[in-house]
Ligand binder design. Structure first.
Ligand code: G
Ligand code: G
Ligand code: NA
Ligand code: MN
Length: 254
């Protein structure tokens, strides 16, 4: 209830920040992009995890302005990175089910990208099973339109849902993100390891690239490299950081 009270106006009060977590190209060690993650620092509640406030933001509808805020911020960050380092860098944002109930979602994303003089390839859109399960009529159409326009659509938290395979058949995913629970167990549990191997092989057969989430150790990284996994994201590379720190990481990589 306290979250519900405080979430109204959180954006206007400047309590929301965007952090960025680097995504590394495993093959050549270059920085491919970053995932934008919302952070909420409230004077009453302290730091609230998006896992707690996103569902409430969804119920109350404030996810709409929040979604636009993070989209704009994330694209500005990608532009700054491109102008400072290299223009292959792209940013990923998470879209929530409620955002797909907005019939103007595709237009809104296109407008924001155009406004900043950027290209659809500069933006990746992460979709969880929750978005697909919500089954809103606009969802498939919106994803098809976004994919056709050149945006990269990725399936988030892959492996944790109920029918991930049929989603790969229906929706235009270019990237699949293996859920971090599999990576966590890969060095101690043979089943997790075999599932990662099979997932990478299947994705590649479908022309889909793979990001391993939650990579925390060099051992995991080396193993994923051996398995031909494309990209890695996790505390081994960097935790989510503010823009200034992100740019510092960029300087050290050059
Ligand atoms: O990084 P962290 O543990 O705080 O993220 C918790 C969850 O919140 C993750 O599932 C992440 O995808 C989600 N999340 C973070 N930022 C956003 C956002 O801007 N929009 C949506 N829909 N989810 C987000
Ligand atoms: O659901 P999504 O994949 O968007 O969630 C991203 C979440 O994962 C964020 O909360 C982020 O802080 C967290 N995270 C990112 N890297 C790691 C990691 O290496 N280990 C763990 N335990 N969590 C991570
Ligand atoms: Na995500
Ligand atoms: Mn994820």
């Amino acid at each position: 209830l306290a979250i519900e009270e405080q979430i109204h106006g959180a954006l206007e009060r400047g309590e929301l920040q965007v952090h960025y977590q680097i995504q590394l190209d495993i093959r050549d060690g270059s920085i491919m992009g970053a995932e934008a993650l919302l952070r909420w620092d409230n004077p009453v509640l302290g730091i609230v995890s998006p896992a707690e406030f996103i569902p409430i933001a969804e119920q109350t509808g404030v996810i709409e302005p929040m979604g636009e805020f993070i989209l704009h911020r994330a694209l500005e960050t990608a532009l700054t990175w491109q102008q400072t380092f290299n223009d292959e860098f792209r940013v990923a944002i998470n879209l929530s089910p409620r955002q797909f109930r907005n019939p103007n979602l595709v237009q809104l994303i296109n407008d924001c990208v155009n406004q900043l003089g950027m290209k659809p390839k500069d933006l990746e859109l992460e979709i969880t099973e929750g978005v697909l399960l919500s089954g809103h009529a606009y969802t498939l159409d919106a994803l098809m339109a976004l994919s056709k326009a050149g945006f990269c659509i990725s399936m988030d938290d892959f492996g944790t849902g109920y029918s991930s395979l049929s989603y790969l058949r229906t929706y235009p995913f270019q990237i699949l993100k293996i859920d971090r629970s599999f990576i966590k167990d890969m060095n101690t549990d043979d089943t997790s390891k075999e599932l990662i191997i099979a997932t990478i092989e299947m994705a590649h057969a479908l022309g889909i690239r793979v990001i391993a989430e939650g990579v925390e150790t060099q051992e995991q990284f080396d193993e994923l490299s051996f398995m031909m996994c494309d990209y890695a994201q996790g505390f081994l590379i960097s935790k989510p950081v503010v823009l200034d720190e992100l740019l510092k990481i960029g300087e050290h990589y050059i």
